[in-house]
Ligand binder design. Structure first.
Ligand code: CTP
Length: 447
């Protein structure tokens, strides 16, 4: 029996796929089709696949050409499959001409003619409503955001708003946006959604005005500096059926998401202690050192560290106390002890003191170690007393990582989903509550 194997994503299954599968089946007596898993596609940067793996498998099955379907989940799997299933022919569309010649060592390789004029990418683009996004602010994070937005489907950054007209115009020109505004109302009229990347103290006001104007909002961290403001904004978004998402990039990072599910599944037993540290040194003049702009390491770094604590230990916070080193009216170093009913945690933050920026989650059976920079989780280890049981996990983390939060934001808008499991609204409120407690100097001691 002559066995043929072929691979693909088969998103929005189309005539090109059907032709390819028919031709591949005709090359032998048995056709094995490898369909990519969702995580494999995400890992190789295909972020906008519409159908999930079950839907795509069903669509391939329905063509009637596949005798066997396997899931492709890792790089290098093709060689394993060819050997495991005793495959005679590897077939793929001619758009891959030459790319799979390395498989000739294992079986015959055939490039089949590709059907012209159709692809999943084309179908996705045709059916896509493109969210017109406006950026408020044109500072460092906004500049990193624009290149990241280019790799996310269904969204286009069209406008920028900055009260300083020269800065707004320079940003517009550099990133070839359609418009630049100094007036928020004129700006908001031109967009469907807003990314708030302006100075901390302006977040609340811009978020509220955007929501009142009926626009979805993705807001940079720190979202707002008071729990009450966070509650009010989420209630307003809910009432207007709009998406409001805190841009907590780590919460959207594939490696961090897997870490949370592993810990929640009990791989280290009950979590008893978390140590999360984040420091980035800054030099004056910068807004991080400016008290009048809510500078300091808590407003700067607490949102990501507290997000990790809340996601892993919940919102039932029984106590919080802080030690800070102050310089020029801002905390350049803060250590916070946050207590939960059966666990404790600490955050160590610096902008004028350098710390080892790692994350350690200790449990009754073992611990998870995420080296610096843990907030861009691309690697972590689960460690036990018996070291032979230790496991290492590696992830790809593409670009600056902002693409993951933007992709979730767009997907929420398109599907009318107001809440994201990656960062629940109530978790975001809990983070704002804690930042407010610190800023109100509750249990804060200067060192
Ligand atoms: N294919 C084809 N003719 C097309 C489109 C795809 O023969 N018009 C083939 C590919 O060469 C591959 C298989 O179908 O062998 C699965 O490809 P896949 O990447 O899933 O399809 P595309 O439509 O190319 O998807 P995308 O646009 O997301 O890359």
């Amino acid at each position: 029996m002559k066995k043929v194997i072929t691979y693909g994503t088969y998103d929005l299954l189309h005539q090109g796929h059907v032709n390819l599968l028919r031709r591949a089946r005709e090359l032998g007596d048995w056709l094995i089709v490898g369909v990519t898993s969702d995580s494999f596609d995400r890992g190789r940067g295909k972020l906008n696949v519409r159908n999930n793996v079950l839907e795509r498998v069903e669509a391939v099955r329905a063509t009637g050409y596949a005798d066997q379907i396997v899931i492709e989940d890792y790089l290098g799997q093709k060689i394993d499959d060819i050997q495991k299933y005793d495959v005679d022919v590897f077939a793929i569309g001619s758009d891959w001409e030459g790319k799979f010649d390395y498989l000739r060592e294992y079986c015959e390789v055939v490039y089949l003619p590709r059907t012209e004029g159709i692809s999943s990418t084309m179908l996705r683009e045709e059916s896509e409503t493109v969210v017109r996004l406006g950026v408020v602010g044109s500072g460092r994070i906004a500049r990193r955001f624009i290149p990241e937005s280019k790799v996310v489907g269904g969204v286009e950054v069209v406008s920028v708003m900055n009260p300083d007209s020269a800065e707004a115009e320079a940003f517009r020109r550099e990133f070839e946006l359609r418009s630049a505004h100094t007036d928020f109302d004129a700006f908001v009229n031109e967009v469907d959604a807003v990314y708030v990347a302006s100075p901390h103290l302006t977040h609340y006001d811009y978020c509220r005005r955007a929501l009142e104007a009926g626009k979805h909002v993705l807001c940079e961290i720190p979202f707002v500096l008071e729990g009450g403001q966070a509650r009010e904004l989420y209630a307003l978004a809910e009432q207007k059926r709009l998406v409001l998402l805190e841009a907590s990039k780590t919460a959207h990072c594939p490696g961090f998401m897997h870490l949370v599910t592993l810990v929640k599944s009990g791989v280290i037993g009950d979590v008893v202690d978390i140590k999360a540290s984040l420091s980035k040194m800054v030099a004056p003049p910068t807004r991080e050192l400016d008290a009048s702009q809510a500078g300091g390491c808590v407003t700067e770094h607490a949102p990501l560290t507290l997000m990790a604590l809340v996601k892993l230990l919940g919102r039932d916070i029984t106590g919080a106390s802080f030690r800070s080193r102050m310089e020029g009216g801002v905390d350049v170093f803060t250590k916070g002890i946050i207590d939960f009913p059966h666990a404790t945690a600490s955050v160590t933050l610096g902008i004028g003191v350098k710390t080892e920026g790692n994350l350690v989650i200790s449990g009754t059976r073992g611990y998870v170690y995420v080296p610096a920079p843990w907030w861009l989780t691309d690697y972590f280890e689960v460690r036990y007393e018996d070291q032979t049981k230790n496991r290492k996990y590696f992830y790809s983390y593409d670009g600056d990582g902002l693409r993951y939060e933007l992709q979730e934001f767009v997907s929420m808008i398109v599907s009318g989903r107001l809440s994201s499991y990656r960062l629940r609204r109530r978790d975001s409120v809990a983070i704002a509550d804690l930042i407010e407690r610190y800023r109100n100097k509750e249990n804060v001691t200067e060192i």
